[in-house]
Design a protein around this ligand. Structure first.
Ligand code: SAM
Length: 455
């Protein structure tokens, strides 16, 4: 059952992560037993969702209390049993809703198997979309009650009728399609294949709920926008922007006054940025499909408003870097090799070079990732400080996460200026009596934020 599962990784990746969490500096500071305990806790908590859902409220359009009230009413009409909605005590545009789980759900004899990614989405309140189904009972028909399992190692054969491999139970649902439709249809498969009625973790449904007023976003991602501190009238660059959660937050914090340039190198993802901006009624966002490594040019400026840009074009730059994503929760399995995981550091450095050149003197650069490795976080900060003497580390506001992690040779003073969200330091699912509000800042995805000033 998912309540006891750990994050499943290739052995070489597990060993790599262990070497990070049990690095020499860390062992000297906390001892072997504590370091190993934290590492094991990390693997466990990564496979479980945080104990609350976080939404960012469009306070550029409507006051928070009114959004909170509207959300209550909307969820009531969707027959969600009295759900608690709590404003974050320090972040003025965040509402938190508790997740109920792991719940005691009894397993049924009919089994549906889905891929690990789909399984993770189910732990966050999604239904099973038909293309995600890998195996189901031979005679499954609409209306059948089934137990849903996530295939952790990607070993289940598509179209199988059962699977005995490494799988994790994620809850019960009702089939909305017959087996023949799922596996024998000539047309592209769309729609819900199994509607989850008894999930292991129950979260409020957010599909189409107040789309212009609430935006599902992890708490550390909301913190990034505040740490960047955009001001009305400024020109901001978001270098790796899709689907645009942080871009839209930046524009909202600027009251939609100024210009937010959003770049992403994948064309259809850029469309998502535009859609999100439109849904949230934000006009100051200009999104372009572009490789940000090449976003700076010394050639005379062109007449177009898009990239590439001359050096020192922006007041603030956000580099929310492509990364190995190992802090994402819930994540029951990652099939990547060590080579793939280590491939991000060089790309992040190329992007960082462009970021520093594009930033005006006196401007702010925020670097963030949703991963837990030192190579993509603290080591990048140490590299940046030695490569760019013009950069200094800045304090962050709000600072609700932990400080940076030992192991990259940074001083304690430098580590204090970094913000690392480390769920392994506080995660304990048996602590259900601790009020939500006391748990939220420690029970997040794994995330990292560094803020620099260009002098
Ligand atoms: N900031 C986004 C948000 O909050 O919604 C999430 C960004 S995600 C961590 C990283 C993004 O970087 C991906 O959408 C990916 O397509 C994009 N990306 C990767 N390499 C890039 C490059 N060289 N130039 C621009 N975008 C890139």
């Amino acid at each position: 059952m998912a309540g006891t599962a750990d994050f499943s990784l290739k052995p070489e990746v597990t060993e790599y992560l262990r070497s990070i969490f049990l690095n020499k500096e860390m062992l000297a500071a906390v001892g072997h037993q504590e370091a190993e305990c934290r590492f094991q806790k990390l693997l466990t908590c990564l496979s479980h969702p945080p104990s609350y859902t976080c939404v960012r409220a469009s306070t550029h359009l409507v006051p928070l209390e009114e959004i909170q009230r509207k959300l209550h009413e909307e969820l009531k009409t969707r027959e969600v049993a009295s759900v608690q909605i709590v404003p974050h005590p320090r972040i003025a545009d965040v509402l938190l809703l508790p997740v109920d789980g792991p719940r005691p759900v009894e397993q049924l004899s009919s089994e549906v198997v889905v891929g690990a990614q789909c399984g993770s989405a189910l732990l966050r309140g999604a239904h099973v979309f038909a293309p995600g189904i890998i195996a189901c009972p031979k005679y499954m028909k609409v209306g059948d009650k089934v137990s849903v399992f996530s295939d952790l190692e990607g070993r289940c054969t598509r179209g199988a009728t059962s699977f005995q491999g490494n799988k994790v139970f994620v809850g019960n649902g009702v089939a909305e399609m017959n087996r023949s439709h799922i596996f024998c249809s000539d047309k592209p498969l769309r729609g819900v294949g199994v509607r989850m009625v008894d999930p292991l973790y129950q979260s409020p449904p957010f599909d189409g709920v107040l789309p212009s007023l609430v935006f599902l976003q992890n708490l550390p991602s909301v913190v990034v926008g505040h740490v960047l501190g955009p001001q009305p009238g400024e020109r901001i660059l978001d270098m790796c922007a899709a689907p645009g959660g942080k871009t839209c937050h930046i524009a909202a914090l600027m009251r939609d006054q100024g210009e937010v340039v959003a770049l992403d190198r994948i064309r259809n993802k850029v469309e998502r940025i535009r859609q999100n901006a439109q849904t949230l009624h934000l006009q100051s966002i200009k999104a372009f499909c572009f490789n940000s490594v090449d976003a700076v040019s010394d050639d005379p400026p062109q007449q177009t408003e898009g990239p590439p840009f001359p050096p020192e074009s922006f007041d603030r730059v956000l580099l929310d870097a492509p990364c190995s994503g190992l802090g994402q929760r819930p994540n029951m399995a990652c099939s990547w090799s060590l080579k793939e995981i280590r491939s991000y550091q060089p790309l992040q450095r190329k992007l960082f070079h462009a970021a520093v050149r594009l930033l005006k003197r006196g401007g702010v650069l925020v670097y963030s990732t949703c991963t837990v490795t030192l190579a993509e976080n603290e080591e990048q900060v140490a590299w940046a400080l030695s490569t760019f003497p013009c950069l200094t580390l800045e304090p962050q506001e709000p600072h609700i996460g932990a400080e940076g992690m030992l192991g990259a040779g940074l001083s304690l003073e430098q580590l204090r200026l970094l913000q690392r969200f480390r769920p392994e330091l506080s995660w304990d699912q048996t602590e259900t009596k601790v009020p939500l509000i006391s748990r939220v800042d420690g029970d997040t995805i794994g995330f990292f934020i560094a803020k620099f000033l260009k002098n």
